[in-house]
Design a binder for this molecule. Structure first.
Ligand code: PML
Ligand code: MG
Length: 252
């Protein structure tokens, strides 16, 4: 199998201060790479966040024994009338999943206060609300994810009456995050200006919330809530971050 990663930005590479435009990851058999590269390239150059002047494409071979398989989360669809209702619901759902009220509120505030989109996620202590990674605006980048079988996966979403690239990709990502030891929940909304849907990810469910930000807002992000009681000398914060950033997980 091969991992294909694309990231694009405007104003130079991300690491030189360029603005993030889009990213994508695929894990594919060798014979699938050529066709998918074109899709990923098209994705990079036709994004509503703008036209990139920097595109990074990386293709890496992955050893079969480095791959683990995890289940996909169940989707629960919620209905809200406004952003305020959506954020209120997100807070409730986080609190139902071991996050303190204080921590839920602080994470929502932190995401709303961002002046630019984070490239990755912030790690938040589920009890105190403190940010516990020291990765600034870069955050923790979750990579190494794909569906075990993309055709089957799309079929299963379709059978659930759901389609769309945002959901397809976010659900895979949320499923890996849920499988990470020490993480109890996640909160996310998109950086795509017209895309106001977001979700709370729990250990079992993808709680989909139709409005979490204002239309036109180009700033989005993710917060992962960490139970620091589950960290110790044998499983440190660095191990947790390593799992998120490096472990290859296929979702079935
Ligand atoms: C993103 O793609 O930027 C995040 C999208 C989160 C919500 C996806 C959905 O459930 O439609
Ligand atoms: Mg986006």
């Amino acid at each position: 199998m091969y991992s294909i990663k694309m990231r694009s930005s405007k104003g130079g590479p991300h690491e030189e201060g360029g603005k993030h435009i889009s990213g994508a990851e695929r894990i594919l058999r060798e014979d699938e790479i050529e066709e998918e590269l074109i899709n990923v390239y098209r994705r990079a150059i036709t994004h509503e966040r703008g036209k990139p002047d920097f595109i990074n494409l990386k293709i890496e071979r992955i050893d079969e024994e480095d791959i683990t398989y995890k289940k996909r989360l169940n989707i629960n669809e919620h209905h809200v009338e406004s952003k305020e209702d959506g954020l209120g619901l997100a807070k409730e759902l986080l609190m139902d999943n071991a996050v303190s009220e204080e921590s839920a509120k602080m994470a929502i505030q932190n995401l709303q206060d961002l002046e630019e989109s984070m490239h990755g996620a912030m790690l938040i202590d589920k009890d105190t609300g403190d940010r516990i990674d020291n990765k600034g605006i870069k955050g923790v980048r979750v990579t190494g994810i794909a569906s075990a079988d993309i055709t089957e996966y799309r079929e299963s979403l379709k059978n659930d009456g759901r389609e769309g690239l945002h959901l397809e990709e976010a659900l895979i990502l949320a499923s890996k995050i849920a499988s990470c030891k020490g993480i109890v929940a996640e909160l996310c909304w998109s950086d795509d200006p017209s895309y106001v849907i977001g979700y709370v990810g729990t250990k079992d469910n993808y709680e989909r919330i139709p409005i979490l930000k204002d239309e036109g807002n180009p700033i989005g992000g993710r917060a992962f809530f960490v139970d620091t009681n589950q960290l110790n000398d044998d499983y440190t914060l660095d191990d947790l971050i390593d799992y998120l950033e490096k472990q290859v997980v296929l979702i079935e």
